[in-house]
Design a binder for this molecule. Structure first.
Ligand code: CP
Length: 314
């Protein structure tokens, strides 16, 4: 994608892909590509964020996102600190805003927040001065995951525009699905979604996706097939009869992939439930790019931290 020569990345916060332009997304992906090599060096450290303080404030569990933000920050020489729900004073009744105001009083440069309530990162931007990165807010968005998925597809396919992306599973409760629908649609791909009717939200087409009646329709001739986990923790009542039935109808299997393009890749944001949304033979097979997504997660998060913390000035 051609960018205006005077383009400049001007965001203080990363709250969602809905707030980023196609130029912003292209620039983040380019920057992430340039950072990827640092992680392959024997000494994986550059001084570009030396003196910056970054806090990971995670109110929900995480393996990939929390650790890759921390690795990204440390590889750029920033100082990082982690707080989780169970070790914070939220357990004693402190509100999110009070917690954030107390963190602000220690003058961090960025706070990376994961929270079960949609809009929590947006709320913090109204109360504190530090840059805020949304590491997943409720059902809403998970922008760094969307960006690392875009980066992985661009690497594997050489482009994003014109591709058919099939996203299968619990679309209603998935912030990853929402960021990916927005991101891939903005960058010119066609996004098809499928899942149990109880897990396909009305109005999903307004985000840019085509809702398919059958999983086969979504996967036929797809360039990319993305399986999503059933987000049981976000369902008040069970919305599918059983996981076994879900696996039978919506699991990504070799048989299903016969309908996709022969060179289709398979993605999953993790954590993965093997044998439910994805057959282990697919997860470990030649089409799978699941661990490359994780590798790209470090590069994308380095790019985000660098861009919002003014690393370019150095
Ligand atoms: N994809 C993702 O957000 O994984 P974690 O929950 O492990 O961070």
């Amino acid at each position: 994608m051609e960018m205006e020569t005077e383009y400049c990345f001007r965001h203080k916060h990363i709250l969602g892909l809905e707030n980023l332009s196609t130029d912003d997304i292209s620039f983040i992906l380019q920057t992430a590509e340039s950072f990827r090599e640092i992680s392959t060096r024997p000494i994986k450290k550059v001084p570009i964020l030396r003196g910056k303080t970054i806090i990971n404030l995670f109110f929900e569990p995480s393996t990939r996102t929390r650790l890759s933000f921390e690795i990204a920050a440390k590889r750029m020489s920033a100082d990082t600190f982690n707080i989780s729900a169970s070790t914070s004073s939220a357990t004693k009744g402190e509100t999110l805003v009070d917690t954030a105001l107390n963190l602000q009083a220690m003058n961090p440069d960025a706070i990376i927040i994961r929270h079960s309530h949609s809009g929590s990162p947006h709320l913090l931007t109204k109360h504190i001065n530090a840059s805020i990165i949304n590491a997943g807010d409720g059902f809403h968005e998970h922008p760094s995951q969307g960006l690392l998925d875009l980066m992985t597809v661009k690497q594997k396919k050489g482009k994003i525009e014109g591709l058919k992306i099939a996203i299968i599973g619990d679309i209603s409760h998935s912030r990853v699905a929402h960021s990916n629908i927005i991101g891939f649609s903005k960058m010119g791909a066609q996004v098809y979604v499928s899942g149990p009717a109880t897990l396909l939200p009305p109005g999903i087409e307004q985000l840019g996706a085509k809702a398919c009646r059958s999983i086969e329709e979504a996967v036929t001739d797809a360039d990319v097939v993305m399986a999503l986990r059933i987000q049981k923790e976000r369902q008040l009542d069970p919305l599918i009869p059983s996981l076994r039935e879900y696996a039978n109808f919506f699991g990504v299997t070799n048989k299903l992939l016969e309908k996709s393009k022969p060179d289709a890749i398979v993605m999953h944001p993790g954590p993965m439930n093997r044998g439910i949304e994805i057959d282990p033979a697919i997860a470990d097979g030649p089409r799978s790019v699941i661990l490359e997504q994780v590798t790209n997660g470090v590069a994308v998060r380095m790019a985000l931290l660098y861009l919002i913390l003014g690393g370019s000035e150095q």
